[in-house]
Design a binder for this molecule. Structure first.
Ligand code: ADP
Ligand code: ASP
Ligand code: MG
Length: 563
């Protein structure tokens, strides 16, 4: 049973540090020890009663009986030893918290889930907010303070509208307004500083771009309280300890585990739902970092692994992992179950339903991940499990990266150039260009590299510099760039066990006059990826989706070759 809490607890807005400083400057321990945290004592409404001591009597024990209890995993973190209920992390992405009506749905999902399990909530910034924050950071560096002011005003209005719609108590509203005001002042100061020095460091960029989540977490916590669910907003910079690699920080799991045990578990024991900012972490010195765009999924599994939860649920705007991005092909189908490897491969090749690093933290513990639809919570979603189901095998899903570029280093003279491959990859590494796919002929006449469009120009320039001497002596004929390609990937475990996949793909594309520029099969045998002209990407996905009957009811790939 949850521990009893006294009524009349001070209701504070915002994060543990109680000041926006804690959002950007990291951990303000001195303050957090003096002031109460952003704790929301829920007012009981409707059927949901929560465990809060009332002024006139003992604590009410929850009257909500769980319909379905999860089976808690056997191996539990010792720190959680006395907690009886299953523990879940539930992450809500930008579209799920996109406006007041979306947040109401989120609140309902959390309220229902918190009847049967302990819940740690992770939230993204409202849809589009991080983009706007990145934009104001860039505009500040350029010196366009007018644009900065305009965008800030838009953001302020957007968040005010949510507060007005969801928070009914005048005291709560005052608190949340004060908190938002602090955050906006913080953005303003950071932008002014950037403008003054006309330089946007990665550190400042992280501080600015992290503030979207700093706005959502207290709003969601307050909205929960408004519906009778005790909750508290936590800035992840208090609990997720990371490397100092700004924009792509990596968690330091031991420290993160310690912090989570100290900060999050006590709240759960008191029946309070922690609402943690996704996307954000902080170095051991408390400097704010971000995990990379779309990184709240990663935050969810980092927290899930640190707290050794029973499951992580990623709530989004789709029914689960689909056979292909529903925005690109019609007639897609939900995949009921998929393995970690398959999901990771899909994410790597551009399926933004998951951040590519999402599976990393849970690989060791085997915690199941679910993808579910915030807007249709009754639907079952997709379960991502450590191993593939026994009847698995063959193509399960497709994905594509649209913003890719193909670089070719080649020419007959290459044969005489020493260590072409080594020099090529050293060069791409030096300019931090991630090579998504590569292929080369055995005589090394041509090396094809596919990189993201954003890094294509600088990669080509670096390769031309590297091979300048060889180009001058015409040993290397060219370093060329095709900026208009896409990568399409077929994903599924044990594809090697099913013959004819490549042949069927070629056949299907040939029928539609679609051309493959380059092809690569990973040694993982979990994906086959190929390069097509960007204009052909959708048609390629549609043709392969149909060829492998992924949209049909009986979608298992027949194991015969149909060439
Ligand atoms: P969130 O705001 O919840 O983080 P994202 O926009 O990051 O949501 O990811 C969800 C989107 O991912 C979907 O709307 C969908 O268009 C896209 N997506 C890409 N590939 C897939 C896939 N295989 N299955 C489901 N959704 C996919
Ligand atoms: N708000 C961040 C982004 O837009 C992180 C996330 O949404 O997952 O990239
Ligand atoms: Mg996302």
């Amino acid at each position: 049973m949850r521990s009893k809490r006294r009524s009349g607890q001070s209701i504070e807005t915002g994060f543990g540090g109680s000041s926006a400083d804690s959002c950007i400057g990291g951990i303000d321990r001195s303050r957090s020890s003096v002031e109460p945290f952003a704790r929301r004592v829920g007012r009981s409404r409707g059927a949901c009663r929560i465990n809060i001591q009332t002024p006139d009597g003992p604590a009410r024990v929850s009257e909500c009986h769980s319909e379905r209890f999860l089976q808690p995993r056997r191996v539990r973190a010792q720190a959680r030893g006395d907690m009886k209920k299953p523990l879940r992390v539930m992450k809500f992405g930008g579209t799920s918290v996109g406006d007041a009506s979306c947040i109401s749905k989120v609140v309902e999902i959390i309220r229902t889930a918190s009847r049967e399990s302990d819940v740690v909530v992770v939230v993204s910034a409202m849809s589009g907010v991080t983009n706007k924050l990145v934009e104001i950071a860039t505009e500040s560096e350029k010196g366009d303070l007018k644009s900065v002011a305009r965008i800030l005003e838009e953001l302020r209005r957007q968040h005010d509208a949510v507060a007005s719609a969801l928070i009914h108590s005048a005291t709560e509203r005052k608190c949340i307004d004060r908190k938002m005001q602090e955050i906006f002042q913080q953005v303003d100061s950071l932008c002014r500083g950037t403008h003054l020095v006309r330089e946007l460091t990665l550190r400042t960029r992280d501080s600015i771009s992290s503030l979207g989540e700093c706005l959502t977490a207290p709003l969601v916590a307050a909205a929960l309280a408004d519906c009778g669910v005790a909750s508290e907003a936590i800035n992840a910079s208090e609990v997720v300890v990371t490397s100092s690699c700004h924009g792509a920080a990596e968690p330091l799991m031991d420290l993160t585990r310690e912090r989570c045990n100290a900060r999050v578990l006590p709240l759960l024991r008191q029946g309070i739902v922690p609402v943690v900012t996704g996307f954000i972490g902080a170095t051991v010195d408390g400097v704010v970092t971000t995990l990379g765009r779309n990184g709240s999924d990663y935050s969810a599994t980092i927290l899930g692994a640190a707290l050794d939860v029973d499951e992580v649920i990623i709530w989004s705007d789709v029914d689960g992992v689909m056979t292909v991005d529903p925005r690109l092909v019609t007639g897609v189908r939900r995949i009921p179950e998929i393995s970690y490897r398959e999901a990771a491969e899909l994410a790597y090749f551009g399926a933004n339903v998951l951040h590519p690093k999402t599976l990393r933290p849970v690989i060791q513990s085997g915690i199941p991940i679910w993808i579910r639809n915030t807007f249709a919570p009754e639907r079952p979603g997709t379960k991502i499990t450590p191993t593939v189901s026994p009847n698995g095998g063959g193509v399960k899903a497709l994905t594509a990266i649209a913003d890719a570029a193909l670089i070719t280093v080649g020419g007959p003279g290459m044969l005489g150039v020493p260590d072409v491959l080594g020099r090529t990859f050293k060069t791409t590494a030096a300019v931090q260009a991630n090579v998504l796919l590569s292929s080369h002929s055995s005589s090394q006449n041509d090396i094809c590299l596919v990189v993201l469009s954003a890094v294509a120009e600088r990669t080509v320039e670096a390769l031309r510099r590297e091979f300048a001497q060889d180009l001058a002596h015409e040993k290397v004929e060219h370093v060329t760039l095709d900026p208009n390609v896409a990568i399409v990937a077929l994903v599924g475990e044990n594809m090697s066990g099913v013959s004819g996949i490549v042949a069927r793909t070629f056949g299907a594309l040939d029928r539609d006059n679609l051309n493959i520029i380059a092809i690569a099969q990973g040694s993982s045998e979990c994906s086959i990826s190929f390069v097509v002209a960007r204009k052909d990407m959708k048609a390629t996905l549609a043709a392969t989706h149909q060829e492998f009957r992924l949209g049909a009811t009986h979608s298992l790939t027949p194991p015969a070759v149909i060439a």
